[in-house]
Design a protein around this ligand. Structure first.
Ligand code: GLN
Length: 285
């Protein structure tokens, strides 16, 4: 072909198109083009004058169309990096967010390196929280629960792929499959978006089940505050992710079910995002 497309020109055109829908149009273009020609991203910089064949151009166009229609990069590539772990994701799971790393970080501060504690992740999705904690605390015994068999299958594949063996996976509705057990630390990134929230438009590709939680967005958090009381070990700690405007309501809810020493941590954008609370059984007669 006389008007051969080079890597340089295709990247420039693709980045300009993606800039309309993405905050990282150039990076997205690089990732999609590298996949279309089945080469690492570094190849693009080393060979900007290489030409792209028709089949690669077609493969690229298919994924660019998906991206332009609002599909998150993680669903197109099937992977997302979280806590230095490369996780498989699918439309059955939320795309793990940097905010959730704040939850992992604060939970790890609570768990000594040599602790062999029982840890629970409720609504594990891709397994992000459970796998991050399990990989940093190999002596701990982590249980991950999700109601979605499709999400759980992804989480289990991630554990296998990453050869993390100290996590067990259970299907069920919140605490139901672990109701007779006790955990020193319970974590959850539950759904916390309210029905009708305008932020939902930007989250259209992600599972409603993992996002929406009633009119206030607080239904799942209320349920967890209530039910985790019966499965938390004495002096155990609960870590909950929540919306940027929910800090005070979450603290009120936790207090009303007897949780104490309630503390909130900000995410990277400075929004209050993760609340932790303790529970002491010995205070009840
Ligand atoms: N963090 C997601 C958001 O961007 C929501 C995730 C959730 O509901 N747990 O709104």
């Amino acid at each position: 072909m006389s008007n051969a497309l080079t890597i340089r020109s295709v990247l420039a055109q693709t980045a300009a198109r993606l800039d309309d829908v993405s905050e990282s149009g150039r990076l997205d273009a690089e990732i999609l083009l590298a996949r279309a020609i089945d080469m690492p991203r570094s190849y693009l910089f080393a060979h900007p004058e290489d030409t792209i064949d028709d089949a690669s151009a077609e493969r690229l166009e298919t994924t660019v169309q998906l991206r332009l229609s609002g599909e998150p990069m993680a669903y197109i590539t099937g992977v997302k990096e979280f806590w230095s772990l490369e996780l498989m994701v699918s439309p059955a799971t939320l795309v793990p967010r940097p905010e959730t790393e704040i939850l992992v970080e604060s939970a790890l501060r609570e768990i000594p390196r040599d602790a062999a504690w029982r840890i629970l992740d409720l609504g594990t999705g891709s397994g992000a929280i459970a796998l991050a904690i399990a990989s940093d605390r190999p002596l701990c015994d982590v249980t991950a629960v999700d109601i979605s068999p499709e999400a759980l299958a992804i989480a289990q594949q991630n554990a296998r792929q990453l050869t993390i063996s100290n996590v067990s996976f259970l299907e069920g509705d919140w605490i139901e499959p672990v109701a007779d057990q006790r955990f020193a630390v319970i974590c959850s990134n539950p759904p916390y978006v309210s029905e009708g929230d305008e932020a939902l438009a930007a989250l259209a590709a992600e599972p409603r089940l993992a996002l929406l939680s009633g009119n206030s967005g607080l239904d799942a958090i209320e349920l967890l505050a209530r039910d985790c009381v019966s499965i938390i070990a004495d002096n155990g700690t609960l870590f909950l992710e929540h919306g940027a405007t929910q800090k005070d309501q979450v603290a009120e809810i936790l207090k009303s079910y007897g949780w104490t020493s309630i503390q909130c941590y900000d995410d990277y954008a400075g929004h209050p995002r993760v609340t932790c609370a303790h529970f002491s059984n010995s205070e009840t007669p």
